[in-house]
Each structure stands twice: as structure tokens, then as C-alpha cells.
Design a binder for this molecule. Structure first.
Ligand code: AFP
Length: 341
């Protein structure tokens, strides 16, 4: 049965949805379904803690710095540990990597290892925690490629194009789990009274062109001129509609991308004079979002190359990002690369 054809999606939990898809592959072992169950469990635990953050005395800093040189907040640490604990014991994953941790995270020897490599940003947008604005978790799944007895860094340093699955949880007014496993993008909303994610947004399609742009314009002084010119062009009223693009910026990639995915438009974190590779991390942010964008009919580029084709050189590599509606991303690429002004 195809859930996307049904007018009502009641009863289509995330678990059932992934399980039904698994049945289409007779050789499937169920490992992937179990991996998703554990990801959903981790998401529910983090969502519950996020919703109580103000009450539970969890706001504020731990005083530590993470590998990116940023202050680690308590919820970051909680989310990081939750993902590790939920995924390390199940036997589906052989190696993990987190935005919060310097090196790949091995599976303790007491647990069995599976064939998947999981990379995640446990709490994206953490500077928005203290002000009660949407935050999220991003994940990326690859298959193991190394052949030795133990998995290695090479298993993490794979281009986005080889991702088996990617997705995010957004902790907003409601909690959503949005993912792709290479056959479209599907969104599930958590019903907290039942404790399950239910299919709410089957087969999400990014409009070919949107009406909004999303970029931190506070950085204009350090942008290269083509980036400034592109943003100025977006703000110029269109000749036929008489309207310019509208600006929207949350400062949490998950939230800005989620809006872009549903409504269309373009999100960017460009390279600038200080940061040749922008700010966002290839493996934990750009590559998983790029797979979602392409699967929904959109695009994602560094400005010169498709994000999914970038071959990572190191775990915490940063990359410029232009992502969203196909035509809006094509305009951005043409203008920032200087081929159109
Ligand atoms: P934090 O997790 O440190 O808040 O960073 C969030 C983020 O990586 C991404 O989610 C945002 O899109 C981007 O940074 C916002 O960066 P600016 O604050 O420089 O606009």
C-alpha cells in the first residue's frame, strides 16, 4: 500500500513507514529499520528535554568549548550523549561522528557492529536555545567502505552522493522528523500524547522557485562583491510582480532549511573574506540537507560545485552553501560565480 496516495495518514507511524519500505527489498535484514527506530527514540528523548529546558535548569553553558571553538551548552551535551547511547548498542552502526566530538566515535567492544556509519549534529542552532527558538538535530547515514577489521576515518570521509539516508528533527512548535532514504522526502510529526511520529508530510516537493531568501546579512561587510550584488538583486522588485524576495532568517539551519523545503526559496551561508569556506560543516549540515533538497526536486551548491559531489578532506570541514529551490539556487550560482551580474 502506498501511504502517499491515501487522503488520511492516520496509523502511518515512522516505524511502519520504514518497515513497509523494507518489505519492498526481500534481501533487507531489518538493520536499517532498527537504525531508524533508534534515531526516532533519540529524537523523542531530546525533544522532551528541549521542551522542558527552561524548567529543568538545563539552560546556560557548561563552560566547555567544543572542537569548533564554540561554547558547549548543556543541551548540546545531552543531545550528543543521547544519540551516542541510543545508537551504539543496537548493532546497526559501526562508527559514528558528531559535530561536538574531535574524532570518530568508535562502538564500544562489548557491542556488535553493523554496516552503517552515522554522522550527526546533535543540536543545531544551539545559540537559539536560551531564547526559545527552534533548534534541531541533523543526521547522515553512509554504508561502511573500509575493509579492515575495524572501521576507519575513510568511512566518514565519503561524498554526500553516497549517503544512504539523511534527515533532521526540528524541535519547533511541534517536533518533526524529516528524512530521505533515496525515494523522496517524507515528514512525520510527533504526537506527544501517543509518543509516536505520524506521517504528516508525504513526498515533500520543493517549488521550483520561491519568494524568500535566507542569509545572515550582518556579514555583508565581509562578503565578496558578487555575493552582495546577488542579495541586492534579490531585494530589487521583480519586473512582472513588482515585488522583491522577502527575507527570513532564524539562525538555525534546520529551521531555515525546513521553511525553505516547504515553501521554496533559497538559504545561503556564503564564503566570505574571513572564512573561505563559510561556516557550515560539510558532513553534519550541508551534505545531509543537500540530499534532502535534491530528493525534493531542489538543489544545493557551494557556488561552484554540487554539495553532494564534494569529497571531504577532514571530519569538520566547512563549506559554502546555497540550497533550496532549483531556479533560485541556479540564479545564486550564476551570480556569485560571476557568470551573470
Ligand atoms: P550554532 O549551533 O552555533 O547556533 O550554529 C548554528 C549554525 O551552525 C546553523 O544552524 C545556522 O544556520 C548558522 O550556524 C547561523 O550562523 P550565524 O549565527 O553566523 O548566522
Amino acid at each position: 500500500m502506498d501511504p502517499t496516495q491515501k487522503p488520511e495518514h492516520h496509523g502511518w507511524t515512522l516505524e511502519r513507514f520504514v518497515l513497509e519500505r523494507q518489505r519492498e527489498f526481500p534481501s533487507a535484514t531489518g538493520e536499517f529499520t532498527q537504525l531508524f527506530q533508534q534515531l526516532a527514540l533519540a529524537g523523542k528523548i531530546v525533544a522532551s528535554r528541549v521542551s522542558q529546558a527552561g524548567l529543568a535548569g538545563l539552560l546556560g553553558h557548561t563552560g566547555k568549548m567544543n572542537v569548533q571553538g564554540e561554547t558547549v551548552q548543556k543541551l548540546d551535551e545531552f543531545a550528543n550523549q543521547t544519540l551516542i547511547h541510543c545508537l551504539e548498542a543496537g548493532g546497526q552502526v559501526c562508527l559514528m561522528a558528531s559535530e561536538e566530538v574531535d574524532d570518530p566515535i568508535p562502538i564500544p567492544t562489548r557491542f556488535p557492529k553493523g554496516r552503517y556509519v552515522l554522522m550527526f549534529d546533535p543540536l543545531d542552532g544551539s545559540t537559539n536555545i536560551d531564547v526559545n527558538i527552534s533548534i534541531g538535530t541533523i543526521f547522515s547515514v553512509h554504508g561502511r567502505v573500509s575493509e579492515g577489521a575495524e572501521p576507519s576515518l575513510a568511512d566518514c570521509l565519503q561524498p554526500g552522493r553516497t549517503q544512504i539516508a539523511a534527515g533532521y528533527l526540528v524541535y519547533g512548535p511541534s517536533c518533526m522528523f524529516v528524512f530521505t532514504a533515496g525515494d523522496g522526502v517524507h515528514g512525520f510529526t510527533l504526537d506527544p500524547s501517543v509518543g509516536e511520529f505520524f506521517l504528516s508530510h508525504p513526498d515533500i516537493q520543493l517549488p521550483a522557485r520561491g519568494k524568500t531568501y535566507s542569509v545572515n546579512e550582518g556579514n555583508e561587510a565581509v562578503w565578496e562583491q558578487p555575493v552582495r550584488d546577488w542579495v541586492r538583486w534579490l531585494k530589487t522588485p521583480d519586473k512582472t510582480t513588482g515585488k522583491p524576495y522577502g527575507g527570513r532568517y532564524v539562525g538555525t539551519l534546520v529551521a531555515d532549511f525546513h521553511r525553505t523545503l516547504l515553501k521554496g526559496g533559497v538559504f545561503a551561508y556564503p564564503a566570505d573574506k574571513k572564512n573561505q569556506n563559510g561556516k557550515l560543516r560539510l558532513l553534519y549540515e550541508a551534505a545531509p540537507m543537500a540530499m534532502l533538497a535534491e530528493q525534493a526536486g531542489g538543489a544545493a551548491s557551494t557556488g561552484t560545485q554540487a554539495i553532494l559531489d564534494v569529497v571531504p578532506q577532514h571530519l569538520h570541514q566547512r563549506v559554502p552553501l546555497y540550497i533550496g529551490s532549483k531556479e533560485d539556487v541556479a540564479d545564486a550560482v550564476a551570480r556569485v560565480s560571476g557568470s551573470k551580474s
